[in-house]
Ligand binder design. Sequence first.
Ligand code: SF4
Ligand code: SF4
Length: 201
Amino acid sequence: MDMREAVKKAIHYGAIQGILQYYICPEECEAHCCKHGQIHIFEEEYRIFSLIDPQKAKRIQSEMPASPLYRIETPCSFLKPHNRCGVYYERPIVCGLYPFKVNTSGNSIGLQPCPVGFLIIREFALWMISNISKAGISDEEKTRVIAQWENTIESYAEELSGFHMKNTLKEIQIPFDELEMFAMYMASKDLPRINSGVDLG
Ligand code: SF4
Ligand code: SF4
């Protein structure tokens, strides 16, 4: 298994794609993440960019002399004028993940409340509320946990407001087992797969 495949397996990339396929970025966001994000990619991904377009790849720099990570100078030179990724099928793992973000815990993944990320957070919270409503716990406990999730939705809605002006966003952490179950739940809803195999460029 090559390094990229091993990373994808470790971060449950398949489940993440299973969720993201039901969402599309709003035009108004104007590819904010590709223009202002902190985008770190692997050397192998840098090499792919260099083969695709050596001129554009000049805007990708090594983080440090001995580091295996490279940083895409933003706005990304592979972004098309109409704000779609020009290398959609070759895009780095970090781009394919966003608004999910890798953390160092090894057992969960972060999710940031950009416009699409907030929609996912809200759906996730509503799914948790529906699960809690059916759980075999006391009514008092249900009310308490449901209120916590409702507060979570409100606080990430606040974080979303004015997100274009923020340098950092707080992010929710989703354990991998819940991520997998949520992906299955999304699949069970039989929604249109907006991003499934579609070249949005
Ligand atoms: S992933 Fe989020 S920040 Fe990036 S373009 Fe889509 S909505 Fe905007
Ligand atoms: S490679 Fe594509 S998705 Fe990633 S920053 Fe560049 S344009 Fe955006």
